[in-house]
Design a protein around this ligand. Structure first.
Ligand code: FE2
Ligand code: FE2
Length: 172
């Protein structure tokens, strides 16, 4: 059985994953209507789906442990962006925020001596290492590319491969 504190914290994380899914969906839709950003758009559609899976995993876990996984309300995320660079900066900043939240949860699980939740959260700990690494790599690439059009063309063409490389060897 989950303690009230842990249950509330897990429900807050459910909300955060839902918000991530919404934020990335908005990035996908924005990129979808920009010329030449099909790859980036596809990338964020996939990221959005993945965040929904993270949310579902949490809902099922909370329910399995005798709690109630609360489906959060939808807030409109940021829907337009000044530049591609801005999108990826937001992506990294968001993932860093999620990592901090997961770390706080892990800490709380230990304090409450909830070892089952502590164990469950390890999957999210590894996931955040990968997500942050991917976001950092993409930001570095964009930094190098700058305003170079052919560089941007290749970035968009290859972005789904970077994503696959990153998730290779990682189980979902
Ligand atoms: Fe996530
Ligand atoms: Fe993520």
């Amino acid at each position: 059985m989950l303690s009230k504190t842990i249950q509330e914290a897990l429900n807050a994380q459910i909300r955060m994953e839902a918000e991530s899914s919404q934020a990335y969906l908005a990035m996908a839709s924005w990129a979808d209507i920009q010329p030449g950003l099909q790859g980036v758009s596809e990338f964020f559609y996939k990221q959005s789906d993945e965040e929904r899976v993270h949310m579902l995993k949490l809902i099922r876990y909370v329910n399995e442990r005798g709690g109630f996984g609360v489906v959060p309300p939808l807030l409109q995320p940021i829907i337009t962006f000044q530049s591609l660079k801005r999108v990826f900066e937001e992506f990294l900043a968001h993932e860093i925020k999620v990592s901090e939240s997961i770390n706080d949860l892990v800490h709380m699980a230990l304090q409450e001596k909830d070892y089952a939740t502590h164990n469950f959260l390890q999957w999210y700990v590894s996931e955040q290492i990968e997500e942050e690494r991917l976001a950092r790599t993409l930001n570095e690439k964009l930094e190098l590319i700058g305003e170079d059009k052919s560089g941007l063309y290749l970035f968009d063409r290859d972005i789904l491969n970077y994503r696959m490389q990153q998730s290779a060897g990682k189980s979902h």
